[in-house]
Design a protein around this ligand. Structure first.
Ligand code: ADP
Length: 230
């Protein structure tokens, strides 16, 4: 019986997602269509129409690319033991260029031991890139993002704390629903993807947020002992 309920919830989610995708892609398509018609009937220069059409096509491309991340094969066959610390190091290095441009500092505090989990490296990188990017988007042109890694017997904990705009309880509730965004150029898919990847890794993510002060995301992943035969 439980299985049946889970199945129907999944169908419901797929339906919601499909409706969202249809809506998000229909808007730019309608706009492209409209401008194409205008161009056909117009004798004037249509240079600016090209710009609009191009930006609408880019938007469709962005949405489709994000959705492709979701559809990538996931499961045990691509999972292997991974040390979380070098993954975090790499993501921080990657994001520090964008951060520096906004005068944002990223700090990283971690224990003096390797932290092992089972997972897929690129997907985990995607998680931390998404969290860092959202933190940076929420901050003005200064501030610090604190990243800490920690562990218990059973879990690896990674905390990403920003000093940004924070979220209201209503926003927290909507976070992770497909296409919920407060950004002009946002897709509202990032956090859904983040959550999806973490759950596929047997983990969880917690949010604490104070409007005007900042947000802390805590990712928990099942911990394994350091493999001996690598
Ligand atoms: P997107 O970044 O495209 O908007 P997300 O799913 O990643 O999509 O995020 C959805 C919304 O959640 C964002 O538009 C923003 O309003 C809010 N949000 C996410 N992370 C943060 C954060 N660290 N601080 C403040 N708001 C956030």
């Amino acid at each position: 019986k439980e299985e049946y309920i889970m199945q129907s919830e999944k169908l419901n989610m797929a339906g919601q997602l499909a409706a969202g995708i249809a809506h998000e892609i229909r808007n730019p398509l309608t706009s492209i269509n409209g401008f194409m018609k205008l161009m056909r009937s117009s004798k004037r220069s249509t240079e600016s129409y090209f710009d609009i059409i191009e930006s609408e096509l880019k938007r469709i491309e962005l949405i489709v690319n994000e959705l492709l991340v979701l559809s990538k094969p996931q499961g045990n066959h691509i999972s292997k033991p991974l040390n979380v610390l070098p993954i975090l190091d790499q993501v921080i290095t990657l994001m520090s260029v964008q951060a520096a441009l906004k005068n944002i500092e990223i700090t990283f505090l971690c224990p003096d031991t390797s932290l092992w989990i089972i997972g897929e490296m690129n997907q985990l990188k995607q998680v931390f890139i998404n969290l860092l990017k959202n933190g940076m988007d929420a901050m003005g042109t200064s501030g610090i993002i604190h990243i800490t890694a920690d562990f218990s017997d059973l879990e690896v904990l990674i905390r990403v704390q920003d000093e940004g705009s924070g979220m209201t309880p209503e926003q927290i509730q909507k976070l992770g629903q497909p296409f919920f965004t407060t950004k002009e150029t946002g897709t509202g898919l990032g956090f859904m993807i983040t959550q999806n990847i973490i759950h596929n890794h047997g983990g969880s993510i917690q949010i604490e947020s104070v409007p005007d002060h900042g947000t802390t995301f805590t990712v928990k992943l099942p911990r394994i002992n350091e493999p001996e035969d690598l």
